[in-house]
Design a protein. Structure first.
Lengths: 701, 66
């Protein structure tokens, strides 16, 4: 019993240590922040208190010493210095080690603990001037803080000739959407019938409901160029106070009345009958349907905003061991596979009742799948804070001056992807710090700021997440890489390679151009491991660099590794799956189309030329193509590419399975999935396939 | 510009059916408010007032192009 509780304590303590570290690093940037100091203190206090309760006496005693120091800081009797942060970070590591060793701490650790406490005591003895009132700084910063959230009703009627001024109303609406949660209702009654319609004029007007904390001026700014050519009305319909109180959401009638569209009597009259008020008003011709829709939308929007706020307030979390989640995902995977079988069987029996049941199960499975996947999604920010510590430690060790800026910490990624991303990111960031960014003196000499920056950002892009690690260092030395590659026999001495491919060489095994090996990097084992790790995650790496300006490494990763939406196609007897996220459309390819292209692998789609790859040829499959083939058009970074298949079967929820060891290195295939009837479909790795064909073409030419 | 001033240019661009919907941003000085009005009437989409910072230009271009 006690043992289980001790485990729980350890879990909690590790979490608190993480929090402690984040707060300390933030505190280093804003040393006077009273709230951060409080957070550090509370973390230490809890570690100490619960530690003593569960028999971690040594941890408790040690933490007590540090807590004492922060008590002084909290009371303004001591100021936060770099030395203090350094020591406290070291103390955090010490607590972690103590927790890790089962029987209290070992001798060596004890010496270390003594050392830390000794250093802290020295700090205490030299504390002199009391801290400059720690609260003040936070107050001034609060001035820039966002305004309170409010909901606005924006009524926008643009000048009819607005298009002739090059303005695009959609852009304005999009800009509003960027300000916060919004709902746009278009009023289209005024659009004339087709014979009278002048398509170059704007007849639509809009009601926009927007909940934002940016204030009314930000909204007005959106319309800065059109304010003279539009009727714009902005009303606050709910602000922070009205959202907080318990008053019920406004009724439809009240909203319509607020807008002056109906009178009190209209509503009373309408209420006299026993029908829904909205329908009644429309039936009576008092309100146009779109106005009613707009008012209903307002009601809904307010409800949603308030609901969300309440949810945020009472948001509670449930802690679940990771294995249980993994089991859940596996089970959902099995369910999806069985469901595919059910659909197939139902379809082949053409039993109407069974079909409708199967469709319902299909829908539920898809929902269950999405839900399960979202449970596994974690914000990538947790790893980001770890890297901040890494950067700080390495910077000190190497005598450089570097800060790390992070962006997009809230970007969510599958838990396993985040876990497996850790090592590659550590390598890449180390590389930036060790090879990339120059020592301060060198930077100053070349006219750069002494302090280097490592920029770490994450962002969603379709079904992928892009992670960028950028430094403003020396950049890659293209000639050195080329020379090294020739020396290692990776490329021929006279090879003409585009810049991008030369940069890609740094991912070759055993490649490193660093002249001296430091403890940080330079052994040339890093980058190829990074590449392998990212490949294993079905991701890709791209390097951009300019000499003297910096290097950017972009990792492109799939959102999830377990189940994707795919498009199932057939070539001969083989089934293949293309990730649905990159499929644009499917078109037919007749014999005449082929003849018209004179042997070139291109087809025309609405006037555009789209090159295609014949899967039958690519995978060296036997048999003749069918009379009318299908081209699945995919969109990727390099543009559109078609894949010619015999038959497009349809959407398929694809549970990804890894290929066995023998097949793992097959190019153009990233995995497999099991179909309803038990046969195996291969999942195509589109970028690799395209790349493969490009390389082949280049060699032919 | 030789032959034509900016406002005339806007007018001619707007008169051409293949370019009439293209966003046009004009650059004016603080003292030329009536010029701004004339430009708008000719069909300018937006404007920037001199002196301006590169970020302002980028923001305006982004605004009119989306």
């Amino acid at each position: 019993m006690m043992e289980a509780q001790r485990e729980v304590y350890k879990e909690e303590a590790y979490e608190l240590l993480g929090e402690l570290e984040v707060s300390l690093l933030a505190l280093e940037e804003t040393p006077g922040d009273g709230e951060l100091i409080g957070r550090v203190f509370r973390a230490l206090h809890t570690i100490k208190g619960s530690g003593a309760m569960f028999g971690f006496d040594e941890v408790a005693a040690f933490t007590h010493e540090i807590e004492t120091v922060f008590d002084l800081v909290r009371n303004g009797e001591m100021i936060v210095t770099k030395a203090l942060i350094d020591l406290t970070l070291a103390a955090g590591d010490q607590i972690r080690t103590m927790l890790g060793s089962s029987k209290g701490s070992e001798e060596a650790d004890r010496a270390q603990a003594k050392e830390i406490i000794g250093a802290l005591k020295t700090l205490l003895s030299v504390k002199d001037a009391p801290a400059p009132a720690p609260q003040q700084q936070t107050l001034t910063e609060a001035d820039d803080a966002e305004l309170a959230q409010a909901t606005y009703r924006i009524s926008l009627r643009l000048d009819r000739n607005i298009f002739a001024k090059g303005s695009n109303p959609v852009l304005l609406l999009n800009e509003l959407r960027d300000l916060g949660e919004s709902k746009v209702i278009a009023h289209t009654e005024e659009i004339p019938n087709l014979p009278e319609l002048n398509p170059e004029e704007c007849f639509t007007w809009w009601d926009i409901l927007l909940t934002t904390s940016r204030g009314i001026n930000a909204i007005r700014d959106v319309f800065i160029f059109v304010e003279d050519e539009c009727e714009l009305k902005i009303d606050v319909i709910a602000d922070a106070s009205s959202l907080e109180d318990d008053a019920p959401t406004k009724r439809l009638g009240e909203i319509l009345m607020d807008r002056g569209w109906v009178s009190q009597e209209d509503i009373q009259k309408a209420l006299g009958k026993q029908k829904r008020i909205g329908e009644l008003l429309v039936d009576a011709g008092l309100v146009q349907p779109s106005k009613l829709e707009s008012a209903l939308a307002e009601q809904e929007h307010l409800k949603a905003v308030r609901g969300k706020q309440q949810k945020e307030e009472s948001a509670s979390n449930v802690k679940v061991p990771a294995e249980r989640l993994d089991t859940l995902v596996n089970l959902v995977g099995e369910l999806v596979t069985v469901q595919a079988r059910l659909s197939q069987t139902a379809a082949s029996m053409s039993h109407t009742d069974l079909l409708s049941i199967s469709e319902e199960v299909d829908r539920l499975t898809a929902e269950l799948r999405d839900n399960t996947m979202s449970i596994r999604m974690l914000p990538i920010g947790t790893t980001f804070s770890k890297f901040k510590r890494l950067v700080r430690d390495l910077t000190n060790e190497l005598g450089k001056d570097i800060v790390m800026v992070t962006e997009g910490a809230e970007t969510e990624l599958d838990k396993t992807v985040i876990e497996r991303l850790n090592d590659p990111l550590v390598h890449l960031i180390r590389n930036c710090i060790d090879h990339g960014i120059e020592p301060p003196a060198v930077r100053a000499a070349s006219g750069k700021p002494r302090q280097g920056t490592v920029h770490l950002s994450a962002a969603h892009s379709g079904a992928n997440v892009l992670i960028r690690i950028a430094d403003d260092g020396a950049g890659l030395d293209i000639e050195a890489i080329r020379a090294k590659a020739v020396e290692k026999g990776l490329i021929a001495a006279d090879a003409q390679l585009p810049e991008k491919e030369i940069f890609a060489l740094i991912f070759a095994p055993g490649f490193s151009t660093a002249k001296k090996v430091t403890s940080v990097s330079g052994r040339g084992v890093g980058m190829d491991v990074v590449k392998r790790n990212i490949d294993a995650l079905r991701g890709s790496i791209e390097v951009e660099s300019r000499k003297g300006v910096g290097t950017t490494v972009t990792l492109k990763l799939p959102l999830t590794l377990a189940i994707i939406d795919g498009l199932l196609v057939k070539v001969g007897d083989g089934h293949f799956v293309l990730p649905l996220s990159i499929v644009e459309e499917c078109v037919e390819l007749t014999r005449e189309d082929v003849a018209r292209a004179h042997g070139r692998h291109i087809t025309y789609v609405r006037g555009d030329i789209v090159p295609y790859i014949r899967l039958r040829e690519r995978f060296l499959m036997d048999g003749d193509p069918v009379e009318v083939e299908q081209v699945v058009i995919t969109e990727s970074v390099g543009g559109k590419v078609g894949f010619v298949v015999d038959k497009v079967i349809g959407e398929h929820q694809t549970v990804l399975k890894n290929l066995g060891r023998f097949y793992r290195n097959v190019e153009g295939i990233s995995g497999a999935t099991i179909l309803g009837d038990g046969t195996v479909a291969l999942i195509m790795d589109i970028p690799k396939l395209v790349q493969g064909v490009e390389v082949q073409e280049a060699m032919v030419n | 510009m030789p032959n034509m001033d900016g406002i005339e240019l806007i007018r001619q661009v707007r008169a051409n059916s293949s370019s009439k919907f293209i966003p046009i941003v004009m650059l004016t000085t603080e003292s030329q408010m009536e010029k701004k009005q004339a430009g708008k009437e000719a069909g300018a989409t937006g404007w920037i007032v001199k002196p301006f910072k590169p970020e302002q230009l980028l923001a305006v271009v982004k605004k009119v192009l989306g």
